[in-house]
Design a protein. Structure first.
Ligand code: KG4
Ligand code: ZN
Length: 811
């Protein structure tokens, strides 16, 4: 801990490139304040920098351990952490940052971030290079992160504002065009792949190749320089340290393009387009299923509208693929409720906006603007150069909106809305003026607070209570939920926090892996802290949140799932457990879904049959003993949850599909439509859902073509019946064949009330005891991970710190 002389023991890490950079050093803020001597105040005790391609998550914590040992220190002695924020390989940067966040939280010490590009420049500086230096960091896919620096005895000074990404050839051309290009010396790992492009334009000077990567020492110089010149080295709250992003995920960049918004390059903070996510609002093309709701909204907002109200079949006819003129219709909805729509028809090079309506309670939220953005974008794609519409004279609110978008009056239609009621014809050239929606929430910035956190104050009773309870904290980050739970040795859940990212994925109709990873990095510290607070509250502790050192162990989902998402949880958990000096426990997510049943039936005992139905898996399992699984059958194609999501997407119901479909199915007739049941032979425990999915899509298309509105409740109920029938028959067969008399179920689809009710009703009749997990423990959560982690804790099954995420884990 802190020495009396004001020096800080700092551990520096960076995994943004193939170099695993790691150093331990004394940093003396007083000596380091000397502007004329950049190296002053840093005393390197150990460095363990080494190349380690794609193995950063495996090696990072142990490498740090080795460096500390070499320095004669332990994690307990570390006063502050420093991490490279990139830019670099996305996953690499996230491994370093997540581990560092875990370490900082686990030890309750400051975490500073530093630019990896700067660190690279300082590596050259430290080796005595002086003059103009260009760092070329590899950004993959033909791109680089370029950074220009002036190196002199006072240090390495940036000649650019923000990190950015460029095509390698463009970066080379830009530098070659500089008047001082002749004295430019290049460094950076991007030269390995793209050095030739720089050579071709005459940039041939190179810093020695052994200096092309960042090092721990380089990071230390970077941070010391920042502290010296700005008074502080970035923020020190681990919640606020984020990777340096140079752009949004591809999905969001494409969407911004679609919406005609500015490129993100200079606005990226959290790395995710928070302002695009809205709260729940989703905008998507109109589907036939929307027609009824559109007609209702039309009727509601008819007053003042510029035309006779349209009915459902008029809206439906707009979808006719054989219509003479091209159409574009978009709807905005929130959780299945239609909030607005807009549509238009292409006439030559003009899109005539036919209708715009927004529910009264949702006006002034920017919905009309969003809808028009989509319609006008489509129009441009269809070759239009202008958009036009009519507003009644005197409808100033509407006219004001349209004027903001660039519409100007080009004519009038006398008595268009009835005698004495003229229409103003407005026209705008495309693209429309579309500012970022001011009604959308600002990017989520974690609240500023004092860090490190105050240590808890415990009396003897509370300490005894903690000793007795043996709290296990568990982290889940395999998909689009960041979740943390805390359980005690008796199996009592003391905290259960879930931060869902659904809003950020919904508008893409499914989970976007890059967004998922970014959101995990952004929120993980907050979710862990919320769980530590909740647990203290559950225990009635007055002396502050549970501190990491008061836990007994740390569990984490190791797989299966999205690799970039899993990595964040695993890296964080390793840093957290290591710094708090607690054992690490790796949990199989699928086992989590199974063990969720123990929350309902603590005395559940194998052998039994278990059905796993989630977004990624469909399995029928004979659980012979805990940990002894015989997988009787799996899906050959889509998982059950996936089928729900795809059908919902086809119906334009948004993502995720399960909850919407099950709500709609409530009032439907499961016998209304006969959908196929695949692989229905006795003794065959495999599943196949792609045929059913196709049958549903064909049905939708056929009805649309015939101009018939789809009866959503019937369709959903019939789809569910087809899925669940098969699940029931196979479960029944497996129970009979194995002689097991217990049955349980798990996974997101197990939250479906009809599936739960049917299994309980039908199987109980046959003398089977049926368990279903609590409904909120079916979709991804950390409570179920905590249940498994607790079991493993009691058995002493711990993992070493060189484990990595395993996206392909199975039961
Ligand atoms: O277990 P989970 O949260 O994530 C994975 O591990 O995959 O499962 C998510 C899946 C999604 O496909 C979602 O549509 C589905 O579970 N789901 C449902 C329901 N709630 C969620 N499916 C049917 N009915 C529901 N009520
Ligand atoms: Zn799951």
């Amino acid at each position: 801990m802190r020495t009396g002389d004001g020096r800080l023991l700092v551990a520096a890490l960076d995994t943004s490139t193939d170099m695993l950079a790691c150093a331990v050093a004394w940093w003396d803020p007083v000596d380091s304040a000397d502007v004329s001597s950049p190296a002053a105040g840093i005393e390197l005790l150990a460095s363990a920098d080494h190349l380690c391609r794609r193995r950063a998550n495996v090696e990072l914590v142990d490498t740090l351990g080795r460096a500390l040992t070499q320095a004669g220190k332990t994690m307990n002695d570390v006063d502050a952490l420093l991490v490279g924020r990139g830019p670099g390989s996305f996953t690499g940067v996230r491994i370093g940052i997540s581990t560092a966040k875990g370490l900082a939280c686990g030890a309750n010490i400051p975490l500073y971030g530093a630019s990896t590009l700067d660190a690279c420049a300082w590596v050259a500086w430290d080796a005595g290079v002086r003059g103009l230096v260009g760092v070329v960091a590899d950004a993959m896919r033909g791109e680089v992160y370029p950074g220009l620096y002036r190196l002199d005895d006072a240090g390495a000074t940036r000649l650019f504002e923000r990190e950015h990404v460029l095509k390698a050839a463009d970066a080379a051309a830009a530098w070659a065009a500089r008047p001082d290009a002749a004295c430019l010396q290049l460094t950076g790992d991007g030269l390995k792949r793209y050095g030739r492009l720089f050579e071709e334009v005459g940039l041939v000077e190179r810093v020695d190749e052994s200096l092309w990567h960042p090092t721990g020492k380089g990071l230390l110089y970077t941070a010391a320089y920042a502290a010296r010149h700005t008074g502080r080295a970035d923020t020190c709250d681990p919640a606020l340290v984020l990777p340096v992003y140079t752009r949004l995920s591809d999905a969001e960049e494409n969407e911004r393009k679609r919406l005609g918004l500015a490129e993100s390059a200079n606005t990226v903070t959290t790395g995710v387009a928070d302002e695009l996510a809205g709260r729940h609002l989703q905008v998507r093309p109109m589907a036939s299923a929307d027609a009824e709701a559109m007609a209702a909204l039309e009727a509601e907002s008819f007053e003042g509208a510029g035309h006779a109200p349209w009915n459902a079949s008029m809206f439906l006819s707009e979808l006719d693929p054989n219509a003479a003129a091209a159409r574009s219709w978009w709807v905005a909805h929130d959780n299945g409720e239609l909030l607005g729509f807009a549509g238009g028809m292409v006439v030559d090079t003009d899109i005539e906006i036919l209708d715009v309506a927004v529910a009264a309670a949702h006006r002034r939220e920017g919905i009309a603007r969003k809808l028009l953005a989509h319609v006008s974008y489509d129009a441009q794609m269809l070759g239009c150069t202008t958009a036009s519409l009519e507003v009644e004279e005197g409808n100033d609110a509407a006219a004001a909106l349209y004027e903001q978008l660039g519409f100007r009056e080009v004519g009038r239609r006398r008595d268009y809305y009835g005698t004495g009621r003229d229409a103003r014809v407005l026209q705008a050239s495309l693209p429309l003026n579309l500012p970022v929606d001011p009604a959308s929430p600002e990017p989520t910035a974690a609240a500023r607070r004092a860090w490190p956190l105050p240590e808890p104050v415990r009396d003897a009773d509370e300490r005894a209570e903690l000793e007795r309870r043996q709290l296990v904290l568990a982290i889940e980050s395999s998909c689009d939920e960041t979740a943390v739970a805390i359980i005690d040795a008796d199996g009592t859940l003391l905290a259960n926090q879930v931060s869902t990212q659904i809003d950020f994925h919904a508008r893409f109709g499914g989970v976007v892996p890059e967004i998922a990873s970014r959101k995990h990095v952004e929120v993980i510290v907050g979710v862990v802290e919320a769980a530590l607070e909740e647990a203290a509250a559950s225990l009635g502790f007055a002396g502050g949140p549970i501190s990491p050192r008061e836990l007994a162990a740390v569990g984490v989902t190791q797989g299966p799932g999205l690799v970039g998402a899993l990595v964040v949880g695993v890296a964080f958990a390793k840093g957290f457990a290591y710094a708090a000096d607690k054992p690490l426990i790796c949990v199989n997510h699928l086992e989590g879904h199974l063990y969720a049943n123990l929350l309902t039936t603590p005395d559940l005992k194998p052998p039994f049959i278990f059905t796993l139905v989630s977004g990624g898996h469909t399995m029928l399992v004979h659980v012979r003993a805990w940990g002894d699984y015989e997988v009787l059958g799996e899906t050959l194609d889509d998982a059950v949850g996936e089928a729900f999501d795809k059908v919902a997407k086809a119906l334009g119901l948004g993502y995720p599909g399960g909850p919407v479909i099950s709500r709609l199915a409530e009032t439907g007739d499961p016998h209304a439509i006969e959908f196929p049941r695949a692989l229905n032979r006795r003794g065959d425990y495999r599943f196949s859902l792609s045929g059913l999915k196709t049958a549903v899509t064909l049905y939708i298309e056929q009805e649309q073509r015939a101009g018939r509105p789809i009866h959503l409740p019937d369709l959903c109920a019939s789809f569910e019946a087809a899925v669940f029938d098969v699940q029931y028959k196979k479960a029944k067969g497996a129970l009979r064949e194995t002689g097991a008399c217990e049955y349980c179920i798990g996974g997101g689809v197990a939250a479906n009330p009809h599936l739960r009710e049917m299994m309980i009703r039908k199987l109980s009749r046959q003398g089977i005891r049926v368990t279903v997990p609590p409904q909120n423990a079916c979709t991804d959560n950390a409570a179920m991970i905590a249940v498994v982690a607790r079991e493993k804790y009691l058995r002493g099954e711990f993992s070493s710190f060189d484990v990595d995420a395993d996206p392909n884990m199975t039961l």
